[in-house]
Design a binder for this molecule. Structure first.
Ligand SMILES: NC(=O)c1ccc[n+]([C@@H]2O[C@H](COP(=O)([O-])OP(=O)(O)OC[C@H]3O[C@@H](n4cnc5c(N)ncnc54)[C@H](OP(=O)(O)O)[C@@H]3O)[C@@H](O)[C@H]2O)c1
Length: 239
């Protein structure tokens, strides 16, 4: 059996990915988020608010029976508040970093601790963003949290090589995907986010990818990830 721990399975990319994996009977999916949407014999949901770092610290990965592969997919994420610095709500800065980088770091730490002696395919896939690679006004918390996720991934990969514990870690940007996150981007004001019109155009010109298409690319990537040496990838170049 392949076991997948996926954060954010209630909508968007995470939901489509869980649904795609559940079409294969040798997969079992553990979803982690605040709301349960999927129902399937091979699906188990953990209710967890990943902005609540105390709750995440108490999370325990379950014992697994005869795993062939174990995967942690840190997919949950939020843009947070789209505004320029000086106008941001401090509590929202904290909760966005908690969700986008602190909780993934804790889950990675716990995942490696739990499964380091388990002999099977072990993969950690962090869902990053093109916003990690360049400054975008209005997205300071989001972009910097994803940049931190990229460097966290590279550092953990280097540690796993030194420790020879068999984990592979990737930080993958999915491209522009038609989800609630894009709805939030398009509803921004030009004062808070100067490039908002570009994202309105992406939608109007049909340039957004469907989550189901992205989910299939992620599954293909996980099936072939042994072919990739780099940690930071764009899904569009990897498939
Ligand atoms: N859409 C894009 O164009 C795009 C582009 C680049 C990168 N990404 C990245 O792709 C990932 C998925 O994005 P998406 O577009 O699919 O977003 P989405 O449709 O808004 O879904 C976000 C998911 O994250 C979960 N989530 C949000 N807050 C949470 C919390 N406090 N605790 C636990 N889970 C939480 C939600 O679950 P609950 O509400 O049930 O908790 C939901 O399932 C994110 O990391 C995002 O940064 C997206």
């Amino acid at each position: 059996m392949n076991y997948f721990f996926i954060t954010g399975t209630s909508k968007g990319i995470g939901r489509a990915l869980a649904a795609e994996l559940l079409t294969m009977q040798y997969n079992k999916v553990f979803g982690i988020s605040r709301s349960l949407v999927l129902h399937h014999d091979h699906y188990v949901h953990f209710h967890l608010d990943l902005a609540d770092t105390k709750a995440v610290s108490q999370f325990r990965f379950p014992d697994l029976t005869e795993p062939k592969g174990i995967y942690l997919i840190n997919n949950s994420g939020s843009l947070g508040e789209v505004r320029h610095s000086g106008e941001l709500d401090n509590e929202k800065i904290i909760s966005t970093y908690n969700l986008n980088i602190i909780s993934p770091a804790i889950l990675i730490n716990k995942f490696i601790e739990k499964f380091k002696k388990t002999d099977c395919n072990k993969v950690i896939l962090n869902i990053s963003s093109g916003a990690a690679k360049r400054p975008i006004d209005g997205w300071s918390t989001y972009g910097s949290s994803k940049a931190a996720l990229d460097l966290l991934s590279q550092t953990v990969q280097a540690e796993c090589e030194l420790d020879q514990n068999g984990f592979r870690i990737f930080s993958v940007a999915p491209g522009v995907v038609d989800t609630a996150m894009q709805d939030q981007i398009r509803s921004s004001s030009i004062k808070d986010f100067s490039s908002v019109q570009n994202f309105i155009n992406f939608k109007e010109e049909g340039e957004l990818q469907h989550p189901e298409v992205v989910a299939r690319k992620i599954v293909y990537f996980m099936e072939n990830c042994h072919k990739y040496n780099q940690v930071i990838l764009s899904l569009n170049n990897a498939s």
